[in-house]
Design a protein around this ligand. Sequence first.
Ligand SMILES: [Cu+2]
Length: 257
Amino acid sequence: MRNTIKFIAAAALLAASFAVFASGQHSGGHAAASIGQPGVSTAVSRTIAIQMEDTMRFTPSEVKVAQGETIRFVVTNAGQLRHEFNLGTDADLKAHAEQMKKFPEMEHDEPNLVSLAPGKTGEVIWHFTKAGKVSFACLHVGHYDAGMKGQVLVAKTAAVPAVEAPTAPKAGSGVVGSGADMAADWARGEVRKVDKAALKITLKHGDIKSLDMPPMTMVFRVADTALLDSVKVGDQVQFSVERRAGAIVVTQLKALP
Ligand SMILES: [Cu+2]
């Protein structure tokens, strides 16, 4: 257990880059190595505007960047429906789209995506470390299948030193306990955001066995505001969830020592 906690602490330091991989683990892809990593605002080399429409298209749907570039994608939802811009490998996006069919109410919060209400603009800052193709898509139910996809072609640049790809943790090996010491309906996670006014908490969670949901970072509703009093950002927690009236609700939440 002690080692698990230490592991989580170490993982938290790399959280910005790992958060995005967690969701891809179930597909067995090497998302970490192939799509790059979250970028920082100060390293942005270019801004690229992307428009999303109800025709289930991104404009442009193909973007060219150079390896090593950090791009600020300024994404605008010009439609009447909610859309999202989600960077990933084809395999990960496909797997994630399947998860969305299963949990249409799921609200994600990861550095590789931005989900926007109609008329809104948001951004994703991404550092492209490897030459090749990085895909993007809207994973809302029906949108992905309707072809709401695009790609970033990353051209190889000789000047960029090879970036050592971090070894992503195996799904469940870090965030989730061994299982022997916890009831099956308790899941584990790390608190990323607490929003008392909206009764919401963002958790980077491990497997949630009761929902058969793989590890990812997402926003949950809480059953009672009092649950939020005992936790703060950065805490390791165990929690249980239920699906209630179209939302995934945290019903129990405890900070771990
Ligand atoms: Cu969409």
